[in-house]
Design a protein around this ligand. Structure first.
Ligand code: ADP
Length: 472
């Protein structure tokens, strides 16, 4: 099958979160299984762009309202990622340092989608499926059905995957002129609650919709930033496919970011050596349990509760515990988490920013990973943690519910709690401290147990392939 993935992120080209990881891995595994998977994404000014060789695949011209723009599609020459990678260059609009966060993001991603559809409409053949990811690509299924210039593509199956339904790409109706000439009878296919809503439009127009876990799909029906009724109505075309993890990048036995490699047999020893490195680097005590948090410091991840939960743990459990935080996001949370460094030197540290290498060392050296997320579509951190023998301490929601079994349940290997509150988090930290100090043998068993779990992509890839086949 020829599968075209359209996305705003793809690791290692550009990544802001889990979306990048998934789009970097899924096509690689599809290609390995004998399919022709391609990724097309915007050309940002990233290191990957400058460090690799490119050839021009297509040059086109289109319009965003009354602004005509030229675009170029370039292709990576040496198949570095294990699949064909195409970047869309729209000068002045996409070629920026950051992926998101500009005032004109609506125009940037609309122009990107127009360029992609325009490009595919010029091919001599039709691909088997177009797989769009998140709201930045949510207008494509609409364009392929209801834009006069492109509806010749309407018979190509489209799949839309929701990695995060909280962000929907809302636009006011004055932006409707940006979308290429469309059938105005189909206005309802763009609209939700008085705005153009690209995520809602994709749910309405795509042939099939997937989310990255079953529990998250269930939750969207009662908590999806206004789209609850839509998910209930469209549930017949929706399904959940749990993400896998890329074993070529995330394997403690081969991970190029860490010095002390380990596998199930020597997990305790390997983790101890990595923990020592980490604790030396961040002035922490390696004899105490190390709890880490890695991620975006935003409300969805309940990062705002972390400072109080950490304070409460220090007040309740004294110096029995260490914390190390890595993340960036809302400035008041960043500030609070930085300030704690001054109050608890020697048992708390935080790095504000994005650091891929450090994140690998943290997964490999920590004892526990905190994930109190209010919303978690799938969550990759807990799966990486499990792969590296780090006990996930997670809220009972979305993909966390589907991947972590509490240690109090039969053969469980994690710690699960109900609410993103200081009380629940502190209590869970206590369970971890108790396990670490009082039951090392069981901790060691849990590490091995979680490392045995198969979170590989193969299973997920097969489910996506079955879904595509059902559309042909
Ligand atoms: P989301 O996509 O909602 O941010 P996921 O759990 O699906 O959350 O994926 C997060 C990914 O981003 C993981 O690979 C995690 O290690 C990585 N990550 C998040 N923040 C940072 C950071 N500050 N430094 C390094 N890696 C990070």
């Amino acid at each position: 099958m020829e599968i075209i993935h359209v996305s705003a992120e793809c690791y290692p080209v550009a990544k802001a979160g889990g979306l990048g990881d998934v789009v970097g891995a899924l096509p690689k595994y599809q290609t390995n299984m004998g399919h022709n998977a391609k990724v097309v994404m915007p050309m940002y000014r990233t290191k990957f762009l400058y460090q690799n060789e490119w050839s021009v695949d297509f040059k086109g011209r289109s319009n965003l309202g009354d602004w005509w723009f030229d675009f170029t599609i370039i292709k990576e020459k040496h198949n570095k990622l294990g699949f064909d990678l195409y970047l869309v260059d729209i000068h002045g609009l996409l070629d920026r340092e950051k992926i998101y966060g500009y005032d004109d993001d609506a125009s940037r991603f609309t122009a990107f989608q127009i360029a992609v559809v325009n490009w595919i409409s010029k091919w001599q053949h039709k691909p088997d499926v177009i797989h769009c990811h998140d709201h930045h690509t949510g207008l494509i299924p609409f364009m392929m059905k209801h834009c006069w210039d492109y509806n010749y593509l309407a018979d190509i199956p489209t799949v839309f995957t929701i990695h995060n339904g909280q962000y929907q790409g809302w636009m006011t109706w004055d932006k409707s002129v940006l979308i290429p000439r469309w059938d105005s009878w189909k206005r309802g296919m763009l609209e939700w609650a008085g705005n153009i809503n690209p995520l809602a439009s994709a749910v309405k127009c795509a042939w099939k919709v997937t989310t990255v876990s079953w529990s998250y799909l269930d939750e969207l029906k009662y908590n999806s930033n206004g789209l609850e009724a839509l998910f209930e109505y469209e549930k017949g075309k929706c399904s959940g496919i749990l993400n896998g993890i890329d074993a070529e990048v995330w394997d403690p036995a081969t991970d190029s970011y860490i010095d002390n490699h380990f596998s199930i047999e020597d997990v305790d020893k390997g983790k101890e050596a990595n923990k020592k490195l980490l604790c030396d680097q961040f002035n922490l005590d390696s004899d105490k349990p190390l709890f880490i948090f890695i991620g975006r410091l935003v409300g969805e991840k309940a990062a705002d509760v972390l400072p109080d939960a950490i304070l409460s743990s220090f007040y309740s459990f004294g110096d029995k515990v260490n914390f190390l935080i890595l993340g960036s996001g809302e400035s008041h949370v960043e500030w609070q988490l930085s300030q704690l460094k001054h109050s608890f030197p020697g048992r708390y540290n935080a790095v504000i920013g994005y650091n891929e290498k450090l994140s690998h060392l943290m997964y490999s050296g920590a004892d526990f990973l905190l994930m109190p997320s209010r919303v978690e579509p799938c969550g990759l951190n807990q799966m990486y943690a499990m792969q590296y023998g780090t006990v996930p301490v997670v809220r009972d929601t979305g993909g966390l519910r589907d991947t972590v079994v509490d240690m109090g349940d039969f053969q469980g290997w994690g710690i699960r709690f109900n609410y993103a509150t200081v009380g629940d988090i502190t209590y869970s930290i206590w369970r971890g401290i108790d396990l670490y100090h009082e039951n090392k043998e069981h901790l060691s068993w849990m590490r091995k147990r979680m490392m045995e779990i198969d979170n590989s992509w193969e299973n997920a890839v097969q489910q996506y392939l079955n879904l595509y086949s059902s559309l042909r």
